[in-house]
Write a protein that binds this ligand. Structure first.
Ligand code: FAD
Length: 296
């Protein structure tokens, strides 16, 4: 992990020790394939809402008009969960921070200077209320995030299919930054806006028999490297709780929810404070944050 200032000066350069096993990284698609394995997934069945029963279980309404009853519905359907309203009236709120994602293909052969800049891990540069981060994925693919503070409506009107107009807008936003850093945007192939929404730091709900939430549906927080990990841990713990208490599904789910809420609350606090420092008027606050979390 390498940290630069907007002039391209290297401020920090951390390399893992050969036996370091913390913070492993994996491409999103590869992780998904690994987790799905031989599961019988019914793709394309969009859920529109979930109605808890008067006793046990819940009824799932699908977009194709079908309905099905289940003993337990687990809303693992992300930030815009359609299951969430069955247990909670809370909706995600915009943090004031947006990322625009782009990527570089075949970086080692097509952009060797950028390949060196990104190295084997990631590089980030922090300026006033904005940052540029590039993260190496597998197969010579690099993901780039331009992150900045902006009202939600300022970029709502951008036509993301007009790649050159978006590029020009982003380069204007990062005006004055060093050309080698800006090359990350100059060579980006397409742009995807990712306004960051969050749920309240301590999002809990009164237990509803037959329905629960996990992952972003339960605890959407700033994307500081915790969300996917928490979603996987939630899923594993819910499964363990049910297996350990097969005679009382409600009791098992209640216990799981309590543990998930406590853990997610801690991470939501950490990542919310982290986002304030990473996208702040004082770029030195961002660098200091990494000093606190990196092994020296
Ligand atoms: C830019 C960015 C970078 C990030 N980087 C990291 C990182 O490095 N490490 C990390 O741990 N986390 C990271 N995160 C956070 C991470 O992506 C999420 O926390 C994680 O994906 C949450 O997993 P989930 O399964 O709860 O929800 P999701 O991954 O959102 O999955 C929800 C699933 O539900 C499906 N779905 C949604 N609605 C419906 C419906 N109505 N009917 C049926 N299916 C539906 C979706 O198609 C999707 O498959 C990042 C997030 C962002 C935005």
């Amino acid at each position: 992990m390498r940290i630069l200032d907007p002039a391209g000066t290297v401020l920090r350069d951390w390399r893992p020790a050969p036996d370091e096993r913390a913070n492993p990284e994996i491409d999103r698609g590869q992780l998904r394939d690994l987790l799905l394995g031989d599961l019988d997934v019914r793709w394309g069945r969009e859920v529109t809402r979930v109605v808890p029963g008067t006793g046990d279980g819940a009824l799932v309404h699908f977009a194709d008009g079908r309905r099905e009853a289940f003993d337990l519905v687990v809303g693992a359907d992300g930030a815009r969960s359609r299951v969430r309203p069955a247990v909670s009236a809370v909706t995600p709120r915009y943090t004031g921070v947006t990322s625009v994602e782009t990527s570089l293909d075949d970086v080692d052969t097509r952009h060797p200077d950028l390949a060196r800049l990104v190295g084997d891990g990631s590089v980030s540069a922090y300026g006033v209320n904005r940052s540029l981060t590039a993260q190496r994925n597998s197969g010579g693919h690099v993901k780039v995030y331009a992150t900045f503070r902006a009202p939600l409506d300022r970029y709502a009107g951008w036509d993301m299919t007009d790649v050159e107009a978006v590029r020009t807008g982003l380069l204007a936003l990062f005006e004055g930054w060093a050309p080698p850093v800006l090359d990350l945007l100059r060579h980006g192939t397409a742009f995807v806006p990712r306004p960051h929404y969050t749920l309240p730091v301590s999002h809990t709900w009164t237990h509803v028999s037959g329905v629960t939430l996990l992952g972003d549906a339960a605890h959407l927080m700033p994307p500081l490297g915790a969300g996917a990990n928490l979603a996987m841990l939630d899923g594993a713990e819910l499964a363990e709780a049910i297996v350990a208490d097969p005679d009382d599904l409600d009791r098992a789910v209640r216990g799981f929810e309590k543990r998930m809420w406590a853990r997610a609350g801690r991470w939501a606090e950490l990542t919310t404070a982290g986002l304030q420092r990473l996208v702040s008027p004082d770029p030195a606050a961002a660098v200091a944050l990494f000093d606190e979390v990196q092994p020296s």
